[in-house]
Design a protein around this ligand. Structure first.
Ligand SMILES: Cc1cc2nc3c(=O)[nH]c(=O)nc-3n(C[C@H](O)[C@H](O)[C@H](O)COP(=O)(O)OP(=O)(O)OC[C@H]3O[C@@H](n4cnc5c(N)ncnc54)[C@H](O)[C@@H]3O)c2cc1C
Length: 171
């Protein structure tokens, strides 16, 4: 567990997050801090540690875009190992951990590099249209507004498991 700001410069914040953190809680934390890059990934169920496994993605953004490195334990040797973004071999819902490294590593932390200046990604699905209905623009766009809009669209499209049970989703 744990969300720690490791360093920052004028453009980016490097944030190290424990694998056991809930993904959406982490997204909300980023929004509260003004760290951009994961707002389109709002409301994806699961943990931070599982996110690199299949390179979670939604609404035009993939988590690989904000991952600096992944820390993992080798299950055979118990040794800690750091995987650069490149070594994670991310693809569409793919990664090294899902292929060659399958069953071999336990992801313990993910280091994110998040932008301090948001580059909003609104081209996918109904984001722009839903924002317009809420008065954006002319109202100035925010990370919060994008996150709420993505959450609203997802709630419209996906059943609420507290009302309609479902078997999850797998790739
Ligand atoms: C309603 C619904 C909507 C969804 N929407 C999306 C979506 O928009 N985009 C998307 O990409 N996915 C989506 N998913 C899929 C799911 O949210 C992701 O795959 C998520 O990352 C799963 O997280 P989890 O913690 O439940 O992992 P689990 O399902 O428990 O595990 C997934 C895999 O990762 C492995 N794993 C988990 N944690 C670790 C770790 N720390 N170290 C090593 N291996 C690990 C597990 O062994 C397993 O193989 C959706 C699922 C549901 C049910």
């Amino acid at each position: 567990m744990g969300i720690r700001l490791v360093r920052q410069d004028t453009h980016y914040a490097w944030v190290r997050v424990g694998a056991g953190e809930n993904w959406h809680s982490f997204v909300r934390h980023c929004i509260a801090q003004g760290w951009a890059g994961v707002e389109n990934l709002s409301l994806i169920p699961g943990t931070v540690g599982a996110a690199p496994m299949q390179n979670i993605g939604a609404y035009g953004v993939e988590v690989r875009e904000v991952i600096e490195h992944v820390e993992a334990l080798d299950r055979a040797s118990g040794q800690a190992r750091q995987f650069t973004n490149e070594a994670c071999a991310f693809g569409y819902r793919e990664s090294y951990f899902k292929n060659e490294g399958r069953e071999q590593y336990i992801i313990t932390h993910v280091m994110f590099r998040l932008a301090k200046q948001a580059q909003f990604r609104l081209e996918y699905g109904a984001i722009r249209e839903t924002l317009a209905q809420k008065g954006f623009p002319p109202a100035p766009l925010s990370l919060q507004a994008v996150s709420e809009t993505v959450s609203e669209i997802r709630r419209r499209k996906l059943p609420d498991p507290t009302e309609v049970g479902n078997g999850g989703s797998f790739f």
